[in-house]
Design a protein around this ligand. Structure first.
Ligand code: FEO
Length: 389
């Protein structure tokens, strides 16, 4: 793979990973991903910002074949999809110093076995001169590990943000050409990885916006040559605003819960509430995570399995709890054969969600007229609360 020119002094390196379908053995990648590294050449020194996943180390090393000297290897983040090829690159350039935050230093030693003496920790706001180009390091913790930072190339006004603002998207586009496509991929990325840290992300956005940023170059997905596009999207996602939306993940084993879900969806839609429905038996959990970014209410639909919720519901509830979306309300609907503790067990799975638990609806066997009436009442209750948002 060839390098690609972003400016006279900045080149894109790295690799698209078109066929990868799972990250961290957890996160679906419907559109693959990319591991972007960037080469910055000053009049006196050269820096490589990030590296690549070990699976794509060969591609990066081929791109570096004609680069005789690299003085600085900037590691914005210790996770292996960006740092994993650092040992090979450091071996090729034995005089190069690895530059990272103080927290990242120990992590690079622990995770990659890099020798401590090769690593220089930089303070927030510290700069390194490449001659006629200046790298300014901006500590941006928790995007999404505690050690993360960005680099601002002052003269070219480019922010290199690593995971921050990234999107899992394999593409030949160097810069964003289809904002709708990238919006979905970036929102998925935010939902799955960044959402638990939205409070600290707000502060990081402020730090970024204190600079004159003309371009944002993340280490996943295309470069933003219109930074306002992704900055505005992030500001919306991390805000306290919720939308008039219900997220409804559910499982149905014999059809009773399905009937209740269909009734509630219709009842909500008739009251002007938007609903996003996910059958957990088949859904892409990334789509569920995206829906959780904005929604005001979570309604979980479950049949009863051995007194508790279906195991797929356990998983989804645990995931929602871990992602800490800004939900305001929650309820459970579903069915049981002879007895159920599903409501209490689901409530116990979501302590991180600061929600008001609304009146839930469980029915024995097939739902009857009284159960449908209870679902109408739940829809009314949700619509009334959403009207006050
Ligand atoms: Fe793309 Fe947190 O690594």
């Amino acid at each position: 793979m060839n390098t690609r020119k972003i400016t006279d002094r900045v080149a894109w390196m790295g690799a698209a990973d078109w066929n990868r379908r799972l990250f961290d053995s957890l996160i679906p990648l419907p559109d693959g991903t990319s591991y972007n590294a960037y080469l910055v050449r000053g009049s006196e020194k050269t820096a490589l910002l990030d590296s690549a996943d070990p699976a794509k180390c060969d591609a990066l090393m081929r791109q570096l074949a004609d680069v005789a000297e690299v003085d600085y290897l900037v590691a914005h983040h210790a996770e292996q999809d960006h740092s994993g090829s650092l040992p090979a690159v450091a071996e090729r350039y034995p005089a190069a110093k690895v530059v990272c935050t103080p927290k990242a230093k120990g992590m690079l030693v622990d995770h990659l076995g890099l020798p401590e003496e090769r690593i220089v920790a930089v303070a927030d706001g510290e700069t390194v001169s490449l001659g006629d180009r200046t790298l300014e390091f901006i500590h941006t913790p928790w995007v999404h590990w505690p050690e993360t930072m960005c680099t601002y190339l002052r003269e070219d006004k480019i922010l290199f943000s690593c995971d921050f603002f990234g999107s899992h998207l394999a593409t030949t586009d160097l810069c964003v050409t289809d904002e709708a496509l990238v919006y979905e991929a970036a929102k998925r990325y935010y939902a799955e990885i960044m959402m638990p840290f939205r409070t600290v992300i707000r502060k990081n956005i402020e730090k970024v916006e204190a600079r004159d940023v003309r371009m944002i170059a993340p280490s996943h997905g295309p470069v933003y040559d219109r930074p306002a596009f992704i900055l505005d999207a992030y500001k919306d996602w991390v805000s306290e605003n919720v939308k008039n939306e219900v997220v409804l993940p559910y499982v149905s084993m014999h059809g009773s819960t399905e009937l209740m879900v269909r009734h509630l969806v219709s009842a909500l839609a008739c009251r002007g509430v938007r609903v996003r429905v996910f059958d957990l038996a088949v859904t892409d959990l990334g789509k569920l995570a995206i829906a959780l970014v904005d929604a005001a209410t979570l309604v979980v639909g479950t049949p009863t399995v051995h007194v508790g919720p279906h195991p797929a519901v356990f998983y989804a509830a645990h995931l929602a709890n871990a992602l800490r979306p800004k939900l305001r309300f929650a309820a459970v609907i579903g069915s049981y054969g002879w007895s159920s503790k599903a409501i209490e067990q689901i409530a116990g799975l979501i302590p991180n969600l600061k929600v008001e638990i609304l009146d839930s609806v469980l029915c024995r066997g097939l739902p009857r007229a009284t159960d449908f009436a209870a679902l109408d009442a739940l829809a009314e209750s949700i619509a009334a609360r959403h009207a006050g948002l």
